[in-house]
Ligand binder design. Structure first.
Ligand code: 5RP
Length: 258
């Protein structure tokens, strides 16, 4: 197969400051340094994880790394990994994951995460939570004081009865000021300005939960309440799962949080 070399690094911004894209690349490359020959890797999804895929492809092509296999967390990642020449295995045949590398939408001070704004939370949680190390790669804009501070917390739900399930999700946060929830839609491909349901790789829908100032309260209890709703498949709070977080900062330093 003809694997494509990774694109050149993003240029520095015109004002000389490092771009967010460059920070994502720096964090991804730092995590890829933890990969050892023979490892089975969880391959994350998103713009930060994409830099890790490119780097892995480059190292495999140059012969600096050998004998790794990846388990992709989305169809998009599967296509990207195939393009750059990373050998892949289905989760059931991998015999365990040694190391997963993925981005996140938010990281709190306890290294709890919000993931899945790209819609891949279920496969990400199955693979990244299946054992082995889980290294999260972010630029510093993803660090938050509380989960839910900067945008939606996604919940994957089955399409059947999705409005009913949406109502049950809303009930978990009954009376919480500033809370809202809705089903995620995307612009329809017909180009007529219509909206249609966002559909995950698993054929499910996504409920987006919004909090005025982040989620206050016991995250594990909230997680349990959401997962007890029949119709909810999984949510995007990744609690106690990250083993370390690589944070690329604007001042040029890289922090490794444990
Ligand atoms: C996809 C994810 C991503 O890791 C998360 O959305 C971060 O993406 P990006 O690196 O593009 O900011 O969870 O489901």
């Amino acid at each position: 197969p003809t694997a494509k070399p990774s694109p050149p690094p993003a240029p520095a911004a015109a004002n000389g400051l490092v771009t967010q894209e460059e920070l994502k690349r720096v964090a991804a490359h730092r995590a890829v340094e933890m990969v050892e020959p023979g490892m089975t890797l969880g391959l994350g999804t998103g713009s930060t994880a994409a830099h890790a895929l490119d780097r892995l492809g480059d190292l495999l092509r140059s012969g600096e790394l050998a004998a790794v296999a990846g388990v992709p967390t989305s169809l998009k990642t599967e296509a990207h990994a195939a393009r750059v020449g990373i050998p892949m295995l289905p989760l059931g045949e991998a015999g365990g994951i040694d190391l997963s590398i993925d981005g996140a939408d938010e990281v709190d001070p306890e290294l709890n995460l919000v993931k899945g704004r790209g819609g891949s939370l279920l496969r990400e949680k199955m693979i990244e939570g299946s054992g082995g190390r889980f290294v999260v790669i972010v630029d510093e804009s993803k660090l938050v004081p509380r989960l839910g501070c900067t945008g939606a917390v996604p919940v994957e739900v089955v399409p059947f009865g999705c409005d009913h399930t949406l109502g049950l999700v809303r009930k978990v946060f009954d009376g919480l000021p500033g809370f809202s929830a809705r089903l995620r839609t995307v612009a329809s491909k017909d180009g007529e300005g219509k909206e249609e349901m966002f559909v995950t790789d698993n054929g499910n829908y996504i409920v987006e939960m919004f909090f005025e100032d982040g989620i206050r309260g016991d995250l594990n209890e909230i997680s349990d309440r959401l997962l007890r709703i029949t119709g909810v498949v999984e949510h995007g709070m990744f609690l106690g799962m990250a083993t370390s977080v690589v944070v690329a900062k604007k001042d040029g330093t890289v922090a490794l949080l444990h």
